[in-house]
Design a protein around this ligand. Structure first.
Ligand code: ADP
Ligand code: MG
Length: 265
């Protein structure tokens, strides 16, 4: 694919926390129109990588180009759905307030939403199917509804790229399926990068996959081998790879008859 279609590129990005190297020499290219899934074990540096991409953390080494510019210059055009921590659930704000926050650039000393801001927020809630919840306090919502609110807020940014950090963690299977359906719909107008553990669901919408465990084990849309996934997951068993994973991920299992995939075919 040509250079101009690269929407996000990291080059030799390393991020340390003291002696801990959370992200090690990561080179990643994401192309316009992709649904890119980042998989890997807990503590593997996936959230750190997203935060470096967004310019929320400065890497000690390497560079990030986001929409052709520095993260700082581009972050306003990126929607971010952070990993749900379960904190601040009781914060007394309505669904509409949260979604409107997506319209706030963060630079104004005082900010009052314009009619256009309200319209964009409403459109975002509509697309996520939460317009009828607009007056509810976010604390009253289910986990799945809260994820929709978080995605609607990111969408209200009018992003060219959306980064989602484990958007389907701790929601039931039906809600997961609904969220992936929403992501597929959003992908008609924007590029998506998401961290996920849900390999089965990734199969239904990812166009490319990267395995991240501190370092990046990545094949740009080519086959990912069982060994690469195994390496990325470290001690995690490859049984994590469930039935229905994209062909490229199971390629070696299917053709090589390696033992990891067989129980799950
Ligand atoms: P993942 O999202 O893949 O689970 P994280 O990026 O959250 O992994 O964390 C990677 C490693 O970096 C972990 O060992 C974590 O404890 C550490 N880490 C993450 N953020 C910080 C921070 N702000 N300060 C110190 N250590 C951190
Ligand atoms: Mg994380």
């Amino acid at each position: 694919m040509s250079e101009q279609n690269v929407i996000l590129r990291t080059e030799h990005v390393s991020k340390y926390f003291g002696a801990l190297k959370a992200t090690d020499d990561v080179n990643l290219s994401i192309y316009e129109g992709e649904v890119h899934a980042v998989i890997g074990p807990n503590g593997g540096g996936k959230s750190t990588l997203l935060r470096v991409i967004l310019g929320l953390l400065e890497p000690q080494e390497g560079t990030v180009r986001l929409l052709g510019r520095s993260p700082r210059e581009s972050v306003q055009r990126v929607g971010y759905v952070p990993q749900e921590t379960g904190r601040n659930r009781e914060f007394p704000v309505s669904v509409e307030d949260v979604v409107l926050m997506g319209r706030f650039s963060g630079t104004a000393a005082r900010w009052t939403p314009t009619a256009e801001d309200r319209r964009v927020a409403e459109e975002s809630m509509e697309r996520l199917g939460i317009l009828d919840l607009r007056r509810k306090r976010v604390g009253e919502l289910s986990q799945g509804q809260r994820q929709r609110v978080a995605i609607a807020r990111a969408l209200a940014v009018r992003p060219a790229l959306m980064l989602l950090d484990e958007p389907t963690a701790s929601v039931d299977v039906q809600t997961q399926a609904a969220l992936y359906e929403i992501l597929r719909e959003l992908n008609r107008t924007l590029t998506i990068v998401m961290v996920s553990h849900d390999l089965t669901a990734i199969a239904s919408c990812a166009t490319s996959v990267a395995c991240v465990n501190r370092r990046l084990f990545y094949h740009d849309r080519a086959e990912l081998t069982g060994e690469m996934v195994q390496a990325a997951y470290g001690s995690c068993p490859v049984e994590l790879i469930a039935h229905g994973i994209p062909h490229r991920v199971l390629h070696r299992h299917e053709n090589g008859g390696e033992k990891e995939g067989e129980d799950h075919a």
